[in-house]
Design a protein. Structure first.
Length: 157
């Protein structure tokens, strides 16, 4: 389960629309809890794939470090990545699977003629042969956040 608030969803969609017809990409910073992962910050990155930015994205070692540093500074974890699929469905490509890391959540947003469409989330299966769907839910309420997802005491089910 991936908890993503409406403003965060809109932030990803706006980034995707802005980069259209190229792919956008970015990192998701948040917290891992028993009931799922909660995105706390959307961290946009620049798509470095200059050879084929329409249907590829690349996260460089520098991007990775920048995202990890931002997470640390905010007291969060780097929990995933997002990118857009301009004029393609929000399904992971073979390229996506081959370049994915285990454990992280991968959010994909489809963009049709500059308009954001479907948004999906995925995690690489442990054997790395396929992606498994991860359900996206609107974020937990403020009362759940006060205790923190890790604290457990104030969690809302
Ligand atoms: Zn992709």
């Amino acid at each position: 389960m991936l908890y993503l608030s409406e403003p965060q969803k809109r932030q990803i969609e706006a980034h995707a629309a802005e980069c259209y017809p190229q792919e956008c990409c970015g990192a998701l910073l948040g917290e891992e809890g028993e009931s799922g992962r909660e995105v706390r910050e959307v961290f946009p990155l620049v798509n470095r794939r200059e050879d084929s930015p329409r249907n590829r994205f690349a996260i460089t070692a520098d991007d990775f470090r920048a995202a990890e540093k931002a997470a640390q500074q905010a007291g969060l974890e780097l929990i995933g990545w997002y990118h857009s699929h301009p004029d393609h469905p929000a399904q992971p490509s073979d390229y996506d699977r081959e370049h994915a890391w285990p454990w992280y959540s991968y959010v994909i947003v489809a963009v049709k003629e500059r308009k954001p469409a479907e948004m999906t989330a995925w995690r690489l299966a442990d054997d790395r042969t396929r992606f498994q769907t991860e359900e996206i839910q609107a974020k937990l309420g403020a009362s759940a956040r006060r205790g923190g997802l890790g604290a457990g005491a104030a969690r809302v089910h």
